[in-house]
Ligand binder design. Structure first.
Ligand SMILES: NC(=O)c1ncn([C@@H]2O[C@H](COP(=O)(O)O)[C@@H](O)[C@H]2O)c1NC=O
Length: 203
C-alpha cells in the first residue's frame, strides 16, 4: 500500500518521540538532514525545488519540551506558536486551519504530530476536513497518520532503543516507496530534558 508521507507520535522506553517518513512516487531523490534543533527534507537536485514547492521543509523541530513533526512548512508555524506559549493542540489546529491542504493535483493533506511528556497530538487538514486530537500515550504506544489511505489516527508498532533505531523503524514501515526518515526522542523521562535527533538515509 502507498500512503505517502507518514507522521508518528509515540513513547519508547518511557520517553516520548516523534518520527517521520518520506515515501514518494514523484520525488524519490531526497534526503533528511539533521541540524541542532530541526531536521530538513531536501531534494538531492536543487532544480526540483522549482518544480514543486512542497518537497523541501523542516519535517521535525524541537521547542523546549515539545517535538513537532509534519509533512510541510507548517512545522515552523506550529513550533513558533508553541515557543510563544500557545499549547501544542491550539498551535496545531490554528496552523492547519491557516494553511489548509496543499494546492497540488492530489489535494494532498497537511498532517502533523507533537509530543510533550506522555501527551501526544495528531492533526490533519484535508480538503473537506480539519481534525486535531490529543492523546495520552501508554508506554510503548505509537500513533500514526499519513497523507493517503491511512488518514485516520491509528496505532503503529514502532518501539526501538534509541533515536537512530526509531528513524530506521520509520523507514522500514511496511508501506511502499520509502525515501528517507527522521526522528526526535526525548533525552529522559523528565519533560524538560530536551530531544536528540537522527535521520536515516539509505546508502
Ligand atoms: N511533504 C512531502 O515530502 C511531499 N512530497 C510530495 N508532496 C506532494 O504530493 C504530491 C504527490 O507526491 P507523490 O506522488 O510522490 O506521493 C506531489 O506532487 C507534491 O505536491 C509532498 N507534500 C506533502 O506531503
Amino acid at each position: 500500500m502507498y500512503v505517502g508521507r507518514i507522521v508518528v507520535a509515540g513513547r519508547a522506553q518511557g520517553r516520548s518521540f516523534v518520527a517521520y517518513r518520506v515515501s514518494s512516487r514523484s520525488f524519490p531523490n531526497r534526503r533528511a538532514e539533521v541540524h541542532d534543533k530541526s531536521i530538513t527534507v531536501m531534494p538531492l537536485d536543487p532544480a526540483d525545488l522549482a518544480r514543486n514547492p512542497y518537497i523541501s521543509y523542516n519535517c521535525i523541530r524541537v521547542a523546549d519540551d515539545v517535538a513537532v513533526v509534519t509533512n510541510g512548512t507548517h512545522t515552523d508555524m506550529i513550533t513558533e506558536r508553541i515557543e510563544d506559549g500557545q499549547s501544542p493542540g491550539d498551535s496545531m489546529a490554528l496552523s492547519l486551519l491557516a494553511y489548509g491542504h496543499e494546492r497540488d493535483e492530489l489535494d494532498t493533506p497537511r498532517i502533523a504530530g507533537a509530543v510533550r511528556g506522555n501527551r501526544a497530538w495528531l492533526g490533519i487538514a484535508r480538503k473537506d476536513e480539519l481534525r486535531v486530537q490529543q492523546f495520552r500515550l501508554d508506554e510503548d504506544q505509537a500513533l500514526m497518520v499519513a497523507t493517503y489511505e491511512k488518514t485516520n489516527f491509528e496505532d503503529v508498532s514502532m518501539s526501538a532503543w534509541d533515536v537512530a533505531g526509531i528513524a530506521r523503524k520509520a523507514y522500514d514501515l511496511s508501506f511502499e516507496r520509502p525515501v528517507c526518515a527522521a526522528a526526535a526522542l526525548a533525552c529522559s523521562a523528565e519533560p524538560n530534558g530536551g530531544f536528540i535527533l537522527a535521520a536515516y538515509n539509505p546508502d
